[in-house]
Design a binder for this molecule. Structure first.
Ligand SMILES: [Zn+2]
Ligand SMILES: [Zn+2]
Length: 102
């Protein structure tokens, strides 16, 4: 009898395998939610076949420029925070925070 943790580990492992082999030919954009009906502010493009998130886009809260980044870039963002506001650069983030905090 397997534990839930073992099943989950197995699932994660298998998912990683198909994601690394998949060519991600059939993709779709959808709104990312951290909870039902609560968007994170990002639209994510994921593969319909393996569910891997390939990239994501949003709009800069400060200058309204479209921001499109890969999932790897997203994970390495240093100004990333769990709210709906996103900025295209640290400069915009600072400008926005300065304006917002007054
Ligand atoms: Zn795929
Ligand atoms: Zn900006």
């Amino acid at each position: 009898m397997k534990t839930a943790q073992e099943l989950k580990d197995e699932y994660d492992e298998n998912l990683k395998k198909i994601q690394s082999k998949c060519e991600h030919k059939d993709t779709t954009w959808c709104i990312e939610e951290w909870a039902p009906a609560h968007g994170t502010g990002w639209d994510v493009r994921s593969c319909k076949n393996c569910w891997k998130v390939l990239n994501r886009k949003t709009t800069c809260i400060n200058c309204s420029k479209e921001i499109m980044i890969s999932e790897e870039e997203y994970k390495s963002l240093d100004y990333n925070h769990p709210y709906i506001h996103h900025c295209c650069s640290n400069k915009c983030y600072k400008e926005y925070m300065d304006a917002y905090l007054i």
